[in-house]
Design a protein around this ligand. Structure first.
Ligand SMILES: [Zn+2]
Length: 197
């Protein structure tokens, strides 16, 4: 693994762009730093960028080269120091340290995916109950109350509480309600199978 590959693995394009003052909009679109424009047309992916306006493109090293007018190795040195990567640019990389950092990056990504999934579960559950509550509200006093309506009334407060707790807390707090979210996921599947949307 070369120092170039290593830097690319450690710093993704959106993170570097943001660090150097490129403002990110929806869907990781940015005002292109390489041509004048009023609407963002430069798309930032994790491992590269591409401008639909001027066709500028490249990886994180190219981005830094173009932003600051540097040679590739200078861009690597700049990323190394700006992001505190601690790489020895003049020596071949220590593979053990590289692998350790790789694992850390993989773990962070997996963690992020887990948290996103939990939020998704809570939001889908809340949305379904909200739908039941609106859709099956009794319209006359002698009508038998729909069980979906009853269920929604009984559980929506708690669903909302979980969503708020989840949004307010940090990753540690989110992990603490993991078991409850798992239960909600099973419950969501159960009522969806039984009653539909
Ligand atoms: Zn452009």
């Amino acid at each position: 693994m070369t120092i170039f590959e290593e830097v690319k693995e450690l710093v993704d394009v959106p993170t570097a762009a943001r660090h150097y003052g490129v403002e990110l909009h929806r869907g990781n679109m940015a005002l292109c730093p390489f041509h004048m424009e009023r609407h963002p047309s430069c798309k930032l992916y994790d491992d590269h960028y591409y401008c639909f306006g001027c066709q500028a493109h490249g990886d994180v090293i190219k981005l830094v080269q173009e932003l600051f007018g540097l040679k590739p190795i200078e861009a690597v040195k700049q990323l190394n120091s700006d992001f505190g990567l601690g790489l020895d640019v003049d020596k071949p990389p220590d593979m053990e340290a590289v692998n350790r950092r790789r694992r850390e990056i993989a773990e962070r990504k997996a963690e992020k995916a887990r948290v996103e999934h939990m939020y998704d579960v809570l939001l889908r559950y809340f949305t379904l109950l909200d739908k039941y509550r609106m859709l099956y509200v009794p319209t006359s006093p002698d009508e038998e109350t729909d069980k979906r309506f009853v269920y929604a009334l009984q559980n929506i407060g708690y669903a909302e509480y979980l969503l708020e707790t989840f949004n307010r807390t940090d990753v540690v707090g989110q992990q603490e309600i993991k078991m409850e979210v798992d239960r909600i996921e099973r419950e969501y599947k159960r009522i969806l199978d039984e009653w539909g949307e």
